[in-house]
Design a binder for this molecule. Structure first.
Ligand code: FE2
Length: 366
């Protein structure tokens, strides 16, 4: 990709196709002192008032583009920065290579907690792995005084819910959620009834004395890709049907809608929802529902199959960080008579982890 000039017009040239860059697009990127607050990178002018601006002088000097605009403003632009914006290289798919996985995955992406971890290069590596695999495990994290809250707030900001700032996962009498029993939990995504759906679940193992209670994970994007290849009709209906999810207890009624497989505007996988204890499909035509129910059954079978599910035991001090928009999680049953099993959990949003990753990338010049 190249930046080219012709008659005081600026062009970008990709694969021999030359397109003019709008002068306002360049003018609003002027970074000189009087136009941009260096402390926060916010504009000191309002570009929405600019109209019909022209470029009256343009030249390229090494990697710098020098422009004088019709309003008298002269500024220099780093061509490499302009290029990275064209190529959208700030996008995470370029920072972390997303790897879909199934049960053939050999090792969990695992890191070790240490002093000053949050500002370290290892933290950068951890977040990068998180975007690649959709989960990471961090070992040796302090287990006292609800440390999960400090952990979450050191990446970004904790996302409180009606379960509180964090929740304790152990078996209790009369639970308001099956998580608080010793029953097996089949692979699911958390809280699809919230608006917005929590992005990342953090689970911190405080005690685990039982022989069961293994954690399970499934890469929902891998399963969705498998379904798209093997059963496009099922894939289609799961990407087109908005399902309602509901949570009810004595204090609140939460509802949200979404597809079991949500795609973005470019038809890439965006978000997985799966929680068959809480889902209510709309009353579609019977033949449509017929396909929908077959598709849900099929994807449930895939999510629960040994082919896609990994299983491991969390040890005291381990924090598991799971992308709740991509992965499904669950656990095997355990026997409360064998001892204690106690985990603490909370949610953070993707802007926390993405913001931290960008910050560390900038800090270490990566
Ligand atoms: Fe859960």
């Amino acid at each position: 990709m190249k930046i080219e000039l012709n008659n005081n017009k600026v062009f970008f040239n990709i694969d021999q196709i030359q397109k003019e860059i709008h002068p306002i697009w360049l003018r609003e990127r002027v970074r000189d002192e009087e136009f941009l607050d260096k402390n926060n990178d916010q504009r000191l002018f309002d570009p929405s008032f600019i109209d019909n601006i022209t470029i009256i002088n343009a030249k390229i000097n090494n990697d710098m583009l020098e422009l004088t605009f019709g309003d008298g403003v002269t500024s220099k632009f780093d061509i490499n920065k302009l290029k990275s914006e064209f190529l959208d290289s700030e996008n995470f798919s370029n920072t972390a290579k997303i790897m879909f996985w199934d049960s053939s995955l050999k090792n969990n992406p695992t890191y070790k907690f240490k002093e000053k971890f949050y500002e370290s290069r290892e933290m950068y590596n951890l977040l990068k792995s998180f975007y690649e695999y959709g989960y990471v495990i961090l070992k040796n994290v302090p287990t006292k005084n609800n440390y999960i809250v400090d952990f979450a707030n050191s990446i970004g900001s904790i996302r409180p819910t009606n379960f509180g700032e964090f929740f304790n996962v152990r078996s209790v009498p009369d639970p308001n959620d099956l998580a608080y029993t010793s029953l097996a939990l089949s692979p699911h995504t958390d809280n699809p009834y919230r608006k917005p759906v929590p992005c990342i679940q953090l689970l911190h193992c405080i005690e685990n004395e039982v022989s069961g209670g293994f954690s399970t994970l499934v890469d929902g994007f891998k399963v969705a890709t498998h379904m798209k290849e093997h059963n496009p009709k099922y894939f289609e209906i799961l990407t087109k049907t908005k399902v309602k999810f509901k949570f009810i207890d004595k204090d609140v009624v939460l509802e949200n809608k979404g597809e079991l497989i949500e795609l973005d505007e470019k038809n890439n996988l965006k978000q997985i929802r799966f929680n068959t204890r809480l889902d209510y499909v709309p009353l579609l035509e019977k033949n449509q529902l017929d396909i929908y129910y077959k598709a849900r059954k099929e994807i449930s079978k895939l999510y629960n199959s040994e082919k896609f599910r990994i299983k491991f035991k969390l040890m005291p001090g381990d924090i598991m960080m799971v992308d709740n928009h991509r992965l499904l999680h669950g656990r095997t049953a355990y026997d409360t008579n064998e001892g204690k099993r106690f985990l603490q959990g909370c949610y953070i949003d993707h802007d926390s982890s993405e913001g931290k990753l960008r910050h560390l990338k900038r800090k270490f010049n990566l």
